[in-house]
Design a protein around this ligand. Structure first.
Ligand code: GLN
Length: 550
């Protein structure tokens, strides 16, 4: 078996340059040449995982099949390569230190002093190289920007790895930024020169510079960067701004990024030819995204709408579903917490989506919006908390009882949504918790199976009766107490756990498209394969728009 090769993507000058997208796009190109790839993220922060982080800090928490709560970049990796990420593909400084401290307490260091070099760097190297054997390339995106204090042990570990493996098995991509100075009329290279110097201080010479810029890179700028940063001019690659992120892999390919990587590893591009099928599929996708003849407006009623990254996967799932239906989806970002008149904000929408969330803030406006779509027959997709609130809404406004989730009111007389104390895991084992005490680490998280009812919208959308979807929540519909009443309120349960105890999907029978799901379908949507529920939801939104016109 050929030896695994390691590609590292570091960031220079500033954050938000799209390192995740860059890593995902390169991986997609190598995959299109027939290589087996895997992408990982190394986060610099001290949190063990982002599970408890506010979405305002790092955007959405992405959930993998195996229940890892990870950075949103893993979403890019999955969407661009179609490969499901795993636990081994995400680690943080916090996770590394947690392991060191556990080892130290166990006495594993046999009285030795525990130090950054070699103990921390050894564990970083162990994470980087674990479960890597069956891939041709393992790409690692290093969080933050070179020069960050937290990043020092990581860069040191990478330097050592290059020494351990040799240059023929490692490749360093440095993503940097060339600011365009209007008054001078040129792209400036100095910030990049400085950031490469910082990398050199850490003992790392980048092999390739990927340069984010607003205007095309001229040959003279490329030559200047090559001269000052010790790389061949062919390895200075432009990463021009784009309006459609799914353009990035093709743009890189035109710049011969993947060819340069192959050339470094002495892999023949004639032998590893580019998949024509991949090229055609992505070209068609981009054409559909950029030239959609119609558009629809979807109101997204959420708490973190000021930072669209908090809903990254939903946003992308809507793009995929739009491309599939030949419509451009315009998202109306409606803040459920601060809006003084939520109904005025969603008036013009062809469909409404209420995403997941934790905590009570903003829930009353979400309930109001849900009542409006129910009455006005506007398509509705409620995700996780969105489904829970759709249930509370009908108990309050049709059954006229005081109803709530015990998450918001533990003493509510009608706990329509409540904590379950026992559930079955995928391996058949039972998880238990005490309703009053356990909160931390007790989420139902990761992929769980679900059975779909015959004749339902869900079944029609999925075209199958057995699905698996990713979860991240603590509370559930209180089926034993309130299941009976649902029919009278116009709702049916169209998806359940295989044992029938957990409600996974609800729908309205008297409505063109009203679906609530306890899971997060957005995590499994792919540009080439849009998620069936999102595709069906956008189709319904377009039909609603046509109805309004008549
Ligand atoms: N807060 C709700 C729960 O814990 C919903 C979570 C979510 O929307 N992801 O069950």
């Amino acid at each position: 078996m050929p030896q695994t090769k390691y590609i590292f993507v570091t960031g220079g000058v500033m954050s938000s340059l799209g390192k995740g997208l860059a890593a995902a796009s390169l991986a997609a190109l190598l995959q299109a040449r027939g290589f087996r790839i895997c992408i990982r993220k190394l986060e610099l922060y001290l949190n063990v995982d982002p599970g408890t982080l506010s979405p305002y800090q790092h955007g959405e928490v992405f959930v993998t099949e195996d229940g890892t709560e990870a950075d949103l970049d893993l979403g890019h990796y999955e969407r661009f390569t179609g490969r499901n990420a795993e636990k081994a593909d995400f680690f943080t400084t916090g996770k590394i230190y947690a392991e060191i401290i556990e080892r130290e307490r166990r006495g594993d260091y046999l009285g030795g002093t525990v130090q950054v070099i070699p103990h921390v760097t050894d564990i970083i190297k162990k994470f980087i190289t674990s479960h890597a054997d069956h891939f041709d390339f393992v790409l690692h995106e290093i969080g933050g920007t070179v020069g960050d204090i937290e990043g020092a042990p990581f860069l040191e570990a990478l330097r050592q790895l290059q020494n351990d493996f040799g240059k023929h098995r490692t490749f360093f991509v440095h993503l940097t930024y060339l600011p365009y100075v209007k008054t001078a009329g040129e792209l400036k290279t100095k910030p990049t020169q400085h950031s490469v110097k910082t990398l050199l201080h850490a003992g790392i010479q980048p092999d390739l510079l990927l340069c984010r810029c607003e205007i095309p890179l001229s040959e003279s700028v490329k030559n200047k960067l090559a001269l000052f940063c010790n790389v061949p001019a062919e390895d200075v690659i432009a990463a021009l701004d784009v309006n459609n992120i799914y353009r990035v892999p093709m743009n890189y390919s035109l710049e011969r990024f993947d060819e340069r990587v192959c050339s470094h590893f002495k892999l023949s591009t004639k032998e590893h030819t580019f998949s024509q099928e991949w090229l055609e599929r992505w070209a068609e996708l981009n054409d559909r995204i950029e030239n959609a003849p119609h558009e629809v407006a979807v109101a997204l009623v959420g708490k973190y709408t000021e930072l669209p990254d908090a809903y990254k996967s939903i946003k992308e799932a809507l793009v995929h579903a739009g491309a599939h239906n030949n419509v451009r989806v315009n998202i109306l970002w409606c803040n459920s917490e601060t809006s003084p008149d939520i109904l005025a904000e969603i008036q013009g929408a062809d469909a409404v989506l209420v995403p997941g969330g934790f905590g009570q803030r903003g829930t009353e406006n979400k309930i109001k919006a849900t009542q409006w779509v129910r009455e006005q027959k506007v398509p509705f997709l409620g995700i996780c908390l969105g489904m829970q609130l759709a249930l509370i809404e009908v108990f309050r406004n049709i059954a006229h009882v005081e109803a709530n989730s015990t998450e918001f009111d533990p003493e509510t007389p009608n706990p329509v949504i409540s904590l379950i104390t026992e559930w079955k895991n995928n391996d058949g084992t039972l998880s238990k918790r005490h309703a009053k005490v356990d909160l931390g680490g007790t989420l139902r998280v990761g992929a769980y199976p679900c059975l779909l009812a015959e004749g339902s919208k869900a079944r029609e959308a999925y075209q199958t009766d057995h699905i698996s979807e990713r979860h991240r929540h603590r509370y559930e519909f209180n089926l034993p107490e309130f299941g009976e009443t649902l029919k009278d309120l116009g709702l049916t349960i169209s998806g359940t756990s295989p044992d029938g105890r957990l409600t996974e999907i609800i729908e309205r029978t008297d409505h063109p498209w009203f679906v609530g799901v306890q899971f997060h379908p957005e995590f499994k949507s792919r540009p080439i394969e849009p998620h069936p529920l999102f595709a069906s939801f956008i189709q319904a939104a377009f039909a609603c728009k046509q109805r309004k016109k008549r």
